[in-house]
Design a protein around this ligand. Structure first.
Ligand code: ME8
Length: 660
C-alpha cells in the first residue's frame, strides 16, 4: 500500500510586521500536526512562507530608504531564525518574490483571462493598505468611513482595473460548502461565510496601477496583480503547479489550510473560486483559529502590545512555549495572553505534574532499586486504572488531533500524567519499601516509568526536545524503538534498564514583580485610558444586553470574580433537613474552620455519599437562614437541562485550599 499523504499550510506572513506569538501560534500548530502525522506513518508536507508584494511593503521599504526586495530580505532572515528557534520543521518556505511563484501566478492570471473569468474594467472604491483589502460602499458606510477590518484610514481609489468574475461561481461554492460540512471550521465561521456569499458576491478588482511592487499583469505591465490573488496562489505554486512537478500530484488538494479568523473570507471564498475556475480540487479543510489577545485586545505594532516570541523563547524554553500555546488556548476561539498565565501554566502542568512525575519516579527507582527498573511482579489494587489509560488515551488523543483540538489532545495526555501522580500517592512505594513488599514495589515503579514513556511519546509532536530528556533519565535513549507510536503498548521497557537521574526538566518559575507601581502616567495616556474605558463600558453594556437576551448573565471582569472566595471544604457530616425534600445540612471543615451549610442537593445525593468528599464552596457568602438553620456559605454544583446535578469536588488539593 502506498504511504498516505498529508499537506498542511500556514498563511504566508507579511514581512512588514514584526512577528509575534500570534504568528507562532499558527506555525506551531501546523508543525505539531505535521510531526504527529509523520509519527502515524504519513508522508506529511508542511508549507509556510512570506507574502512579500503589495503597497504596504512598498511603503514600508520606502520609509526605511530601501528597495523593497532588499527590505524584505532582512526580515525574512529573522522569520527563518524564529522558526528554527521554535523547531519549526517546514518542508518548504515559499517567498512570493521567487520566480517559481511569480511564474505560476502569471500563468493562473493568463488562464483565467483566456477563459473569460477576468475582464478589464474600472474600479472606484475604498482600499485599506494595511489590510490590502477593497471594501464596498455599503461596508464602508457601516464602519463610518474607516476600514471595517482594522479601523484604519481608507484610500479612495479610482483606476482602471482587471476584475475576477466571482459571482459566476457563487452557487457552486455554496453547494460545495453544503456538501462538505468539514470544509470550513469551526462551524461558526462556516455559517458566517455562507451568509456572506448569499448576500451576493461582487466581481473582485484584481489589479492595481498606482504602485509597482507586485507581479505584473501578463501583457499589461502597468498593472500589478492584486496581492491576495498573488498570495493565495502560493499553496499550489510551492508544489510546482503548472511545472509538471510530482509534488503537486502527490499533495494537492491540501488537507488543511490553517488561518486566523481575520482571513477566512479570502480562504473560503476567493481561493476556492480561483480553484474552481482553474478546475482544481478544493482544499479539504480551512480551519480558522482565534486570536491571542493582550488585555482583551488584538496584538498589534501600533498598540505597542506585541509579545515578542524571541524574548519569551530566551526566557522560557520553546518546548514550554509550544506546549502553552496549544494547551492554554482553545484552537478556534480567542484567548487572553499574559506572562502570568504563561508562568502558571508552565508551573502547574510542566513543573508540578510532568516534571515532578519524572523526578519522583527516578528518585524512587534510584533509592529503592539502586537505579534499575525491575520487571513488574505482584499486582497492586491501584494498577488497573492506570493500565486502562495506557490503552485508551492514545486513541483519544488521536481523535482530538484529527479535529485539530490540540488543547483536548493535551488534556487527554495529562490524564496519564495526573493518574500516574495519583497512583504514586495511592500505591505509596515508600511504604511498600518500608514493609519489604518488594514484589509490589517493582510493579509500581515499573508502571511509573511506563507512564512517563507513554506520555513522552504522545507529547513528541508538541514538544520536540523534552522527550529526549525523559529518555535520557529513564535510560531509554538508545532504545529508539520504544519512542514510537507503535510501541505504545504496556510492558515494553526491558527489565534491568539502568536509569540516569538528572536535573528537574521544568524548574518552577517565579512570577515577575509588578513594576508598574510608581510609574508616571502622562496626561495623554490618561486621556487615552479614559477614552478606552468609555469604549469598553459601552461594549460591556452592549454585551450585557445581548447576554440578557440570550438568557445569560452579563460579562464580569476579573476583579468582579476576585471578590468571590472559593475554597475546598471537607464534608464531616451530612443529614437531611426535616420537612424539606431538597435540602441537606452539612457540617464542613475548611482549614481550621468548621461550619454548617445547607445545600439544595438532597434529590441527587444521599447524605452518606457526601461524607469525606472535598467539595468546592463559596467561603465569603453572607450567611443566610434556611429552614431555621444558618447556612454559612454555599456548595458549588453543576447541573444541566437533563436534570443531572453534580457537586464540584477536588481530589488532590487539601481541605482549605483555594479555588481560583
Ligand atoms: O494576513 N493571534 O499575513 P499576516 C493569533 N499575508 N493569530 C494572529 C494574531 C494573533 N494575535 N495576529 C495575527 C496575512 N495572527 C497574509 C496572509 S495567506 C495566503 C496571506 C494571524 O502577516 C492572522 O490571523 O497579517 C493570520 O492568520 C496571520 O497571523 C496573518 O499574518
Amino acid at each position: 500500500m502506498s504511504q498516505p499523504t498529508f499537506y498542511i499550510t500556514t498563511p504566508i506572513y507579511y514581512p512588514s510586521a514584526k512577528l509575534h506569538i500570534g504568528h507562532c501560534y499558527t506555525t506551531v500548530a501546523a508543525d505539531t500536526m505535521t510531526r504527529y502525522k509523520k509519527m502515524r506513518g504519513y508522508d506529511a508536507y508542511f508549507l509556510t512562507g512570506s507574502d512579500e508584494h503589495g503597497q504596504k511593503i512598498e511603503r514600508s521599504a520606502a520609509a526605511a530608504g530601501m528597495e523593497p526586495l532588499q527590505y524584505v530580505d532582512g526580515i525574512i532572515k529573522n522569520f527563518k531564525e524564529l522558526w528554527r528557534k521554535f523547531d519549526i520543521d517546514y518542508s518548504d518556505f515559499i517567498r512570493t518574490t521567487e520566480p517559481r511563484h511569480e511564474e505560476v501566478v502569471a500563468e493562473v492570471f493568463k488562464k483565467l483571462q483566456t477563459q473569460g473569468d477576468i475582464y478589464l474594467g474600472s474600479y472606484e472604491g475604498h482600499y485599506c493598505v494595511s489590510c490590502e483589502t477593497f471594501f464596498t460602499e455599503t461596508q464602508v458606510k457601516e464602519s463610518e468611513g474607516k476600514c471595517p477590518d482594522c479601523g484604519g484610514p481608507l484610500d479612495t481609489v479610482k483606476e482602471e482595473s482587471y476584475f475576477f468574475r466571482m459571482d459566476k461561481y457563487a452557487d457552486r461554492l455554496l453547494q460545495y460548502i453544503d456538501e462538505h460540512p468539514d470544509f470550513i471550521q469551526p462551524l461558526s465561521r462556516r455559517n458566517e461565510m455562507v451568509n456572506f456569499i448569499k448576500q451576493g458576491l461582487e466581481d473582485l478588482s484584481i489589479s492595481r496601477t498606482t504602485f509597482s511592487w507586485g507581479i505584473p499583469v501578463p501583457n499589461d505591465p502597468k498593472h500589478v496583480i492584486y496581492v491576495w490573488l498573488d498570495a493565495l496562489t502560493n499553496y499550489i505554486s510551492a508544489l510546482g503547479y503548472t511545472k509538471g512537478d510530482e509534488r503537486f500530484e502527490k499533495y494537492w488538494p491540501a488537507d488543511v489550510h490553517l488561518v486566523g479568523k481575520d482571513i477566512v473570507r479570502f480562504h473560503t471564498i476567493i481561493w476556492p473560486i480561483m480553484l474552481m475556475a482553474l478546475d482544481l480540487p478544493l482544499p479539504k479543510k480551512v480551519f480558522a483559529h482565534g486570536w491571542i489577545l493582550v488585555n482583551e485586545g488584538k496584538m498589534s505594532k501600533s498598540k505597542g502590545n506585541v509579545v515578542d516570541p524571541m524574548v519569551l523563547a530566551d526566557k522560557y524554553s520553546t518546548d514550554a512555549l509550544r506546549y502553552f500555546l496549544l494547551r492554554e488556548f482553545i484552537f478556534g476561539s480567542d484567548g487572553n495572553y499574559s506572562e502570568e498565565i504563561l508562568i502558571n501554566r508552565i508551573n502547574i502542568d510542566l513543573a508540578n505534574d510532568f516534571g515532578n512525575l519524572l523526578s519522583r519516579t527516578t528518585a524512587m527507582i534510584t533509592k529503592f532499586q539502586d537505579g534499575v527498573i525491575e520487571a513488574p511482579r505482584e499486582k497492586t489494587e491501584f494498577d488497573d486504572e492506570l493500565l486502562e489509560l495506557f490503552k485508551t488515551v492514545p486513541e483519544e488523543m488521536a481523535a482530538y488531533m484529527e479535529k485539530l483540538e490540540f488543547h483536548n489532545a493535551l488534556a487527554a495526555i495529562w490524564k496519564i500524567v495526573g493518574k500516574a501522580n495519583k497512583y504514586i500517592d495511592e500505591a505509596a512505594p515508600w511504604a511498600l519499601n518500608k514493609n519489604g513488599e518488594k514484589e509490589k514495589l517493582a510493579t509500581v515503579l515499573y508502571n511509573m516509568a511506563e507512564a512517563l514513556r507513554f506520555s513522552s511519546i504522545l507529547l513528541t509532536p508538541f514538544m520536540p526536545n523534552t522527550p529526549a530528556k525523559v529518555w535520557a533519565q529513564l535510560g531509554l535513549t538508545e532504545l529508539s524503538h520504544l519512542h514510537t507510536w507503535d510501541s505504545l503498548e504496556y510492558g515494553k521497557i526491558p527489565a534491568g534498564t539502568k536509569i540516569d537521574r538528572g536535573e528537574p526538566i521544568f524548574p518552577r518559575l517565579e512570577l515577575p514583580k509588578d513594576d508598574s507601581e510608581g510609574e508616571e502616567t502622562s496626561k495623554k495616556e490618561a486621556a487615552k485610558a479614559a477614552k478606552k474605558a468609555k469604549k469598553e463600558a459601552e461594549k460591556a453594556a452592549k454585551k450585557a444586553k445581548e447576554a440578557a437576551e440570550n438568557g445569560l448573565k452579563p460579562e464580569i471582569t476579573i476583579d468582579d470574580f476576585a471578590k468571590v472566595e472559593l475554597r475546598v471544604a471537607t464534608v464531616l457530616e451530612a443529614e437531611k433537613v426535616e420537612n424539606a425534600d431538597k435540602l441537606l445540612k452539612l457540617r464542613i471543615k475548611v482549614g481550621e474552620d468548621e461550619r454548617t451549610l445547607v445545600a439544595g442537593i438532597a434529590l441527587h445525593y444521599r447524605p452518606e455519599e457526601l461524607v469525606g468528599k472535598n467539595v468546592v464552596m463559596v467561603f465569603n457568602l453572607k450567611p443566610a437562614k434556611l429552614r431555621g438553620i444558618e447556612s454559612q456559605g454555599m456548595v458549588l454544583a453543576a447541573s444541566d437541562d437533563e436534570g443531572n446535578l453534580q457537586v464540584l469536588t477536588v481530589d488532590k488539593v487539601k481541605c482549605g485550599g483555594r479555588v481560583k
